[in-house]
Design a binder for this molecule. Structure first.
Ligand SMILES: N[C@@H](CCC(=O)N[C@@H](CS)C(=O)NCC(=O)O)C(=O)O
Ligand code: FES
Length: 107
């Protein structure tokens, strides 16, 4: 991954508290795993941005290195990698995700 790409991701994540790197868009998720995360975030009524990694192959490969996580979706909260679909869903069910998001919204 180029230093320019890393810098662009760093900058984007410091400007946006909750970011979902996903396949497709909020309105039109193109994979069930990404769709699950969108539904979870919508249910929690949290403001969030999405990035469609299907539109940018270098970002698609770059995010795997940046996050040290091989798949999508990838959820970032407060600039930190939170997890993929399974982790996000589990944290939603346990109530942990709501807590982490509330903390992020107040920071
Ligand atoms: N168990 C994963 C499911 C996600 C997954 O398997 N994603 C695959 C298929 S959508 C993926 O992103 N593969 C890498 C790629 O398509 O570049 C999770 O918890 O997020
Ligand atoms: S695009 Fe096939 S499982 Fe996600």
């Amino acid at each position: 991954m180029t230093p320019e790409l890393k810098e662009a991701i760093d900058k984007y994540l410091s400007a946006n508290k909750v970011v979902l790197f996903m396949k497709g868009t909020k309105m039109f998720p193109q994979c069930g795993f990404s769709n699950t995360c969108v539904q979870v975030l919508n249910t929690l009524s949290v403001p969030y941005e999405t990035v469609n990694i299907l539109e940018d192959e270098s970002l698609r490969q770059g995010m795997k290195v940046y996050s040290q996580w091989p798949t999508f979706p990838q959820l970032y909260i407060d600039g930190e990698f939170f997890g993929g679909c399974d982790i996000t869903l589990e944290a939603y069910n346990s109530g942990e995700l709501k807590e982490v998001l509330e903390k992020a919204m107040c920071s």
